[in-house]
Each structure stands twice: as C-alpha cells, then as structure tokens.
Design a protein around this ligand. Structure first.
Ligand SMILES: Cc1cc2nc3c(=O)[nH]c(=O)nc-3n(C[C@H](O)[C@H](O)[C@H](O)COP(=O)(O)O)c2cc1C
Length: 202
C-alpha cells in the first residue's frame, strides 16, 4: 500500500465486527509501532494487548465511564448523553476484539536531574504517540480499524487501566487503542482547516 493511501484512509473507527484479529497481525502492528522515532533512543514504551473477554469487558466499561465524564464536562444535553449511553452499551461502540494499551516506563530516561523531569516525561509521551501513529497506519494496510482513546487518562480511570494491565505507577498510560475489523466501510473525516491555514513560512 502506498503511504499516501494509508494516511488518507486512516480515520477513527469506533464500531468493530466480532472477527478476531490474528496474533500475527497484532505483532505486525507492534513491529511497525517500534520503528517510530524514540527520544534519546530509549524505546521505553510497552504495548499491552488486552485479549481476554473478561479484561476487555472491564476496559470497555472504563472507556464508557471516561466518555461520560468527557461529555459531562461540556454539559452535553441529557438526550445526547442518553444517545451516547445507548451507542456504547447497546450498539457496541468501542467494543473491540483487541485493545492495545500503550504505556511508557517513567523510570527509563536519558537526562538525569529534576530540571529535566518534565521534558523527559513529555519526550517519552511524544515517542509513544509517534509509535501509535505508525501502528494506526499499519492497521489501515491490514484492513484493520483503530481509534485513539484518551479519556481513559482521566483521574480515577488511568489507575484502573494500569491495574488491569498488571502495571504499577512507574508506568504512564499514553493511550488505549481498540483494534478490529471495521463493522462498516470507514469514511475518512474531512479536515476543517486546509494546509495553507496552518502553515507559516518564514
Ligand atoms: C490524543 C487523542 C485522544 C483521543 N481521544 C479520543 C477518545 O477518548 N474517544 C474518542 O472517541 N476519540 C478520541 N480521539 C479521536 C479523535 O476524536 C479523532 O482523531 C478526531 O475527531 C479526528 O477524526 P479522525 O481520526 O477520524 O480523522 C482522540 C485522538 C487523539 C489524537
């Protein structure tokens, strides 16, 4: 697949078919993820694959909780909240055959000293985010859909995802990525801004 095709066809997929994702495909996704740039060459990312029905149910509940919190924070009208609830709990929004939790190990760093704490943290998150983008583009090539879940980072939720993954507080959750075959043909969303609107040549 041409790079342009993968970039232009990637879009967030939130409904998946029940078809299982072969382990080989998951490993291809991870293989592409770890080709991403990584600050100071640290490679301090960890990809946790949630496969069992039991952990997926718990993770799905946490995503539902996060989405509710997200929309409550912007006072989404009651009927829209109800629609969201139905979509998630009855129509299977975000319910996927596999979830990949992307974490980074905060202990692994290059620059010592408190003055670099924040920068080291940001660099690690950025590295993991780049890995996620690689993973998402590879998924397009394999006919798989993905969506970046950030709401699982809300306080009270992130800790639970970490616990589900069997990790302690040395790990930071960068994102949860549901992965599966799309239930319907993905239709990439248009951008509101054109390249000309967001560029500045000096
Ligand atoms: C850091 C980050 C966090 C996101 N968190 C969520 C999320 O919690 N739930 C969700 O449904 N989509 C989430 N998204 C997906 C965005 O809503 C989506 O990328 C955006 O609307 C553009 O649509 P597209 O990906 O189809 O082009 C997230 C995306 C990013 C980059």
């Amino acid at each position: 697949m041409e790079l342009d095709e993968a970039i232009n066809n990637r879009t967030s997929v939130r409904y998946f078919s029940e078809e299982p994702v072969p382990r080989e495909a998951i490993m291809k996704l991870i293989g592409s993820a770890i080709r991403a740039p990584t600050a100071s060459g640290l490679e301090n990312w960890l990809f946790v694959v949630f496969q069992s029905e039991e952990v997926r149910r718990k993770l799905h509940e946490l995503i539902a909780e996060g989405m509710k919190k997200y929309y409550m924070a912007v006072n989404l009208p009651e009927e829209k909240m109800e629609k969201l609830r139905r979509r998630i709990l009855e129509e299977g929004m975000f319910w996927a055959p596999v979830y990949i939790g992307v974490f980074m190990d905060k202990r692994t760093r290059f620059l010592p000293g408190k003055e670099f704490d924040e920068l080291e943290f940001i660099w690690s998150v950025e590295s993991a985010a780049m890995a996620i983008q690689n993973l998402m583009l590879k998924a397009v090539e394999l006919g798989l859909g993905t969506v970046y879940i950030g709401v699982t980072n809300f306080q009270g939720i992130e800790e639970k995802v970490r616990e589900l993954a069997g990790l302690d507080e040395n790990y930071y959750l960068v994102g949860v990525i549901p992965v599966g075959y799309p239930r319907a043909e993905p239709r990439p969303r248009k951008r509101r801004k054109k390249a000309e609107d967001v560029v500045k040549f000096i």
